[in-house]
Structure formats: C-alpha cells, structure tokens
Write a new protein. Structure first.
Lengths: 249, 247
C-alpha cells in the first residue's frame, strides 16, 4: 500500500500540487485521473522519487520514501517498476536486452535464466518474435508493451504506468488495460495508473483519485464515478458527446 | 553573470561526484567501457590520421620556406617540425578536433536519453544514471585520446617526411637528422599529459551539457554547441596553465 500524505510540489513560484492526500491499495488497479496539465505526471514522479515534494510524505508500506537513507531507497526502488508516457526504452539495446537489463544490473542469474525470464515477461505482454529488434523498429503500442515487460522483469511490488494507452487505438488500448488488470491480480502488485481515457476509468479503476488543478477533488471507484454529484468531476467525465448520451438522468 | 558561472561550476562538480561513484555491477561496466573505447577510437581514427598527415606536411613546408637562408643549417626544418608537432599541434589541435567529433556525439547521445526519459527510467530502476552512462565514456576517452594522439604524432611526422621526400626542399637525411636531434622523452610525457587532461575536460563537459538538458529536441542542438564551445575554451585555458607548470 502506498499512502500519499499532504504532498505539495512547487516549481519555482508556481505550485503544481496542493496538499494531495490519497492512498493506493495492494492488489488493485489505482487510477489517477484528471485533465491535461492537472498534475498527474508530477504526482507520479513524486511517488517514484524523480521529484522531491516540498511538503508532505509518501509512505510505501510504512517506509517514508523521500527520507530513507540512500541504500534503503535503492532497495525500495528495486521493488518498483515504471512505464513512462513515452515508453523510455533504451534505444541502443534490442528489446531482449532492454528486458534483461534490470536483471543484468541486480541479479547474478545465468544468461539462460535471464533469457527465460525475459521471454516469460514478453509473453505476458503478448510480444513474440521481437527479441532481436530495436525499439525504433516497433510500433507505439508494441513499445508500450515492451516497456511493460521491462517493468515486470524484476518482479516489482509497485507498478506505475504513466498514460499507458495514450496514442493507441481503442482495441490495443483495451488490450493494455486488460493486461494491467491481469498483472495486478496475478502478481498482487500495487498498481498506479495515470490516465484520462474514459474507457479505462470505467473498466479498470478499482480506486480512482481525481486531480483538478493540483487538488485532490474526488476519490472513489469505478462503481460510483458515474453517479457522483461532484460538479467538476461530472464536467470531466461528461465532456464528450458520446458520454453525455449515457449520462444517468 | 558571474553568479551564473559559479552556479554552473557547482553543478558540474556535483555532477562529477555522481559520475565517480562505484558502478553497480562491474561486469556491465567493463562491457560498456570496452564498447565505448571501440566506438570512440575506431570512429575517429580516419579523420585524425588525415588531419595529422596534412598538418605535418604543411608545418614542414612552411618551416622550410621560412628558413631558406644559407646560414641556418637545414636540419633545423626537421627539428622545428618535430617540436611543434609533438608539443603543440598534436595534443592541442587533435584534442580540439576530438571535441567537435567525440564531444558532440556524447552530448547528443546523453541528451537524447534525457529528452526521451531514458535517464529517468534508469533512476527509477535504482541505478545511478550519471555513473552508469558517463563513467565508461570518461574512462574510455582517457585511453582513446592519448592513443589517438600517438597515432597522430606518427602520421604527422610521416607527413613531414613524405613532403620533404617528394618536394626535395631539403635532403631526407637532414630532415631525419633534425627529427632526432636533442629528442627528450619528457616532451612526449608532456604531450600525453595534456591530451589526458583535455580528454577528461571534453568527456565530462560534453556529458554534463547533455545530462542537464531540460525540454525537447531543440535544447539538444543548443546543448551540443554549448558543450563544444565551453570545452574548447577550457582546453585552451588549461593549455596555457599546463605549459606554464610543466615547461
Ligand atoms: N519540470 C517542470 N517544471 C515546471 N513546471 C512543470 C514541470 N513539469 C510539469 N510542470 C507543470 O506542472 C503542471 C502539471 O503537469 P503534468 O505533466 O503533471 O500534467 P499531466 O496531468 O500529466 O498532463 P497530461 O495529461 O497532459 O500528461 C503543468 O502545468 C506543467 O506546466
Ligand atoms: Mg502526463
């Protein structure tokens, strides 16, 4: 479980996050939703330690991430896997090398063990026959999936996805959503997903934190998101003509 | 302006401290080191050799033309050519050439990794990106640049010799006589010391400018130019300093 306690983040004078309080539960898909520029990516980067929040703390099963000594921070980092908005695969390495890379760095497994693990992870994300290709030779959706495979390599307890289905067609996007749910339930990970994809919000959100202009505006789950009476949230959810049609009266 | 300079210098020193920390895994580090040496060394060999040949040839010709008077012994040509090639032209000019060649490559590589969040990805994995990416490059250039410098000296001297032989401005016997006249090993030590210092400046400054890019691809071009300008400038200043200390 990850607890976010009163986290604020400033860039110079500009305050981007205003005292966010929320929590992400183990074995569940936890969504962070909000409009573009609302601060989702910044919040996620605060969670994984790429940004240090000026105020507040982030607790990983009781461990306060930003104040851990360096060596314990490293141990905690090995329990995390992250998939970036732009995939962030290493372009100088093949897909296979990308996936084995965390294993190379942190384990003493033999080459064949690493290869088995890499193939298992690639199978999990439904990628085959791409082992020897470079990231530049894959399509956007395949890159996303390869990045997910890399994040899975070290058996993480905490998984972070920054907009896993932005720029993908509805079908692939659905596949990725299913994949995320499956991984979370199979491996009992604490999964945090940034998204503004309505379909994901409705289908995979077991807990949902809605961020509006850096404030936590609403917290709930996919069961009650369509029926909430929060005006800002409704504005967000029912912005498109398609969703307006399904709006309960 | 002055304050900005100090801040940048401070950032650079902090960066260096991150770079020089123990690699997480030696086997991975060694592999990367060898790879970098190969990529840098082989990639620049041709241009270094061509430039050196031309440089040696021109410096010999010019010296020969300048001292075409009866009372200066003709072995002076070889002596002057050797001294300028070994002590100044090869270490400094070749280092500046490599700044444009290898330095910009390093900035572009590290900068594009920054822009596409690959460096963030390393950090989230619990790897020190500065040490993982930059240390092999710095150590590789500390080996590659001196080796290239030695090659360059050899080619420049050969270029001079070939010029003398083809144009016949003096006899090759006199030229060789001049080349070997009063040869001091210390001159080569001095040249290689300079090259190593310049290699360090080039690789660390280039990496630094790539590493701290914020923003997109536009910044990358800017950073690359900045890296080249700053490292060339620092190299020229250090050249004066080292010469004062060592000679
Ligand atoms: N490094 C930074 N320096 C300064 N401001 C930043 C930085 N990163 C983000 N911001 C600002 O923080 C705000 C939130 O940005 P963020 O990237 O978190 O948005 P987001 O919710 O992820 O949007 P999107 O859905 O488009 O990805 C934006 O107004 C942005 O300008
Ligand atoms: Mg974002």
């Amino acid at each position: 479980m990850i607890i976010v306690d009163n986290v604020s983040k400033y860039f110079g004078e500009k305050q981007v996050l205003h005292g966010i309080n929320t929590q992400f539960e183990e074995g569940k898909v936890n969504l962070i939703i909000g409009r573009s520029g609302s601060g989702k990516t910044v919040l996620m980067k605060c969670l994984v330690g790429l940004f240090t929040p000026e105020e507040g703390k982030v607790l990983y099963s009781g461990r306060e991430f930003h104040h851990l000594p360096d060596n314990e921070k490293l141990l905690l980092r090995k329990e995390m896997g992250m998939v970036f908005q732009g995939s962030a695969l290493f372009d100088s390495m093949t897909i296979e090398e990308n996936v084995t890379f965390p294993l190379d760095m942190f384990t003493d497994q033999s080459e064949s063990e690493k290869l088995d693990r890499a193939n298992f992870c690639l199978e999990c994300v439904d990628l085959e026959n791409v082992n020897k290709l470079y990231p530049a030779e894959l399509s956007g959706g395949m890159k996303k999936r390869a990045a997910i495979a890399r994040a899975l390599a070290c058996n993480p307890k905490y998984l972070f996805f920054d907009e896993p289905n932005s720029g993908l067609d509805p079908k692939t996007s659905l596949l990725i959503d299913e994949l995320i749910t499956k991984i979370t339930h199979d491996f009992n990970t604490t999964t945090v997903v940034n998204t503004h994809d309505l379909n994901s919000i409705i289908t995979i959100g077991e807990t949902i934190s809605f961020i509006y202009q850096g404030h936590l505006e609403w917290r709930g789950s996919s069961d009650n998101i369509l029926t909430s009476d929060n005006a800002t949230l409704n504005d967000f959810i029912y912005a498109q003509p398609l969703t307006q049609r399904i709006r309960p009266k | 302006m002055f304050r900005q300079l100090l801040i940048t210098l401070g950032d650079y020193l902090i960066f260096l401290r991150q770079v020089f920390s123990k690699p997480a895994k030696w086997s991975v580090f060694l592999k990367k080191w060898v790879f970098e040496m190969d990529a840098m060394g082989i990639g620049s060999m041709l241009i270094v050799c061509i430039v050196s040949l031309a440089m040696g040839s021109v410096i010999t010709l010019q010296t020969a033309i300048q001292i075409e008077s009866g009372w200066i012994p003709s072995w002076t040509v070889g002596f002057v050519a050797r001294t300028s090639i070994v002590m100044e032209l090869c270490p400094t000019i070749i280092s500046l050439l490599l700044v444009g060649n290898l330095g910009s490559r390093i900035t572009a590589e590290i900068g594009s990794m920054r822009v596409t969040e690959q460096i963030d990805a390393l950090e989230v994995m619990g790897i020190n990106p500065a040490s993982h990416l930059v240390l092999p490059k710095v150590l590789a250039s500390l080996i590659v640049n001196p080796v290239l410098c030695v090659f360059s000296i050899a080619f420049a001297l050969f270029g001079g010799f070939a010029t003398v032989w083809i144009t016949g401005c003096i006899t090759t016997y006199h030229f060789i006589d001049g080349l070997t006249y009063c040869f001091r090993v210390y001159d080569v030590v001095y040249a290689l010391t300079k090259t190593c210092v310049f290699a360090f400046v080039m690789s660390t400054v280039a990496s630094f400018y790539g590493y701290r890019i914020e923003g997109g691809a536009l910044e990358l071009g800017k950073a690359s130019t900045q890296g080249i300008v700053v490292s060339s400038f620092v190299i020229l200043i250090l050249n004066v300093v080292i010469t004062n200390i060592m000679l």
